[in-house]
Design a protein around this ligand. Structure first.
Ligand SMILES: Cc1cc2nc3c(=O)[nH]c(=O)nc-3n(C[C@H](O)[C@H](O)[C@H](O)COP(=O)(O)O)c2cc1C
Ligand SMILES: [Fe+2]
Ligand SMILES: [Fe+2]
Length: 396
């Protein structure tokens, strides 16, 4: 049975939810599922904007066929060749040999490489117009938001921006299609931030370029490939993107992420959190062996100050902390104030190891000397933690 929703009478969402996926991109937990959006425009010519993931093939194809209602599919616009949006490309083309793929040159090469076959294609570049009748689609290139070949599509007739992976979120749609049908700020913003930071967070500069190009368009609606369609309060979400793309913290607050096997390093992290809260400073704590790393990374994008505390482990940084910090460095976060705490019982090296990894972050300030303590915090260590709390307060 098909399951579709109307955006306009002639623009229909034909995507699908997947609530069974354990790991998106084989690494990100998606406990609330994910949607794969695809949009079908029914004009004098028909055009499908992207396809969907292999896991939702049946529903997706049924949605497309029902919505076409026996009409030919004239165009399939491929904005991005990542398989979560293109796995079912040949499933569509086999049913619609009349269809012309509309994409840029790099995408066309990727279609050949992924699918091992040529397709009937119209290659377009930035500024080209595809005239469907009432709807006129123009293309805007958005390299590295999230792959190099990405282009987004703007319908000048309705002011609709089909934004590819930009402006997406984790989470199934659950019957809602528009962001204004849910309490987005309360229920989805954290997941949207986790999606942004981890999926495109590394490419802030390229996202800023796209935001610059988008600001020249009269956008009335944003249709991303995952998550909700935005038709109200678009500036709210665009402003979030401005913050995230510029690596600007949304809050003055502290992320305390710690790695502790037997609880002593955790104790130091707890003492710091108590001192900060007593001074009215917001903080969020993560055990790096328990929290989803993508959620810690999202909090690091959100907050101004980061404290990492690790026990020394086989002559280095505890493995889960090392993984987290390398992941953070790979996401190119910048402009944060950082402090480090190390523990160990005989040869303490965790602080040096953490500093080495984090030194690749740009515009980063280490706001204090690393705190170092042996085995348990003790009175001296407690004093150092107290000093660090005051140092953080001064630097906020
Ligand atoms: C598997 C393992 C390896 C360790 N390797 C080191 C090490 O190389 N150097 C060191 O000084 N301490 C090492 N330690 C000791 C811990 O770093 C130290 O006892 C620390 O205070 C434990 O902190 P925790 O209670 O937060 O787990 C190791 C401990 C474990 C369990
Ligand atoms: Fe993607
Ligand atoms: Fe995607």
């Amino acid at each position: 049975m098909y399951c579709t929703r109307k955006i306009y009478d002639d623009i229909i969402w034909v995507g699908a939810d997947n609530r069974r996926l354990k790991l998106f991109e084989a690494v990100y937990n998606v406990p609330r599922g994910i949607s794969y959006n695809s949009y079908l425009i029914l004009d004098e010519k028909t055009a499908l904007i992207d396809t969907a993931d292999r896991a939702v093939t049946d529903t997706f194809i049924e949605n497309v066929e029902h919505t076409l209602g026996g009409r030919a599919l004239d165009y399939l616009v491929v904005q991005h060749m990542e398989p979560d949006h293109s796995a079912t490309l040949l499933d569509v083309l086999l049913r619609h040999p009349e269809c012309t793929v509309v994409c840029n040159k790099m995408t066309l090469d990727m279609i050949k490489a992924f699918k091992g076959t040529e397709v009937k294609a119209l290659t377009v570049k930035e500024g080209d117009v595809l005239d469907l009748g009432k709807h006129k689609l123009t293309f805007v290139s958005a390299p590295m938001v999230h792959w190099p070949e990405v282009m987004v599509t703007f319908d000048t007739a309705t002011g609709t921006l089909f934004s590819a992976d930009a402006f997406g979120t984790f989470g199934a749609l659950n019957g809602a299609l528009f962001a204004d049908e849910v309490d987005f700020d309360r229920d989805y913003l954290d997941e949207a931030r986790r999606y942004y930071c981890n999926i495109v967070g590394k490419y802030g500069m390229q996202v800023e370029k796209l935001l610059g190009k988008a600001s020249a368009l009269d956008i009335k609606m944003i249709c991303p490939l995952h998550g909700f369609v935005w038709r109200e309060n678009i500036d709210y979400y665009v402003n979030k993107y401005v913050h995230w793309a510029g690596y600007k913290p949304e809050e003055q607050g502290v992320v305390i992420a710690y790695a502790s096997v037997y609880g002593n390093t955790e104790n130091a992290a707890n003492v710091l959190a108590c001192r900060l809260l007593e001074m009215g400073i917001k903080c969020v704590m993560h055990d790096v062996s328990v929290s989803e790393h993508s959620a810690i990374i999202a909090d690091c994008f959100k907050c101004s100050h980061l404290v990492f505390a690790s026990m020394t482990y086989n002559g280095g940084v505890f493995v889960n902390m090392e993984n987290l910090l390398r992941d953070l460095a790979a996401h190119a976060l910048k402009g944060r104030k950082i402090a480090l705490i190390e523990s160990g019982s005989w040869a303490l090296t965790a602080g040096k190891g953490m500093r080495e990894i984090l030194s690749s972050l740009k515009d980063t300030e280490f706001i204090s000397d690393d705190i170092s303590f042996k085995s348990s915090l003790g009175a001296e260590g407690e004093e150092l933690i107290d000093k660090l709390a005051h140092r953080i307060k001064e630097s906020i």
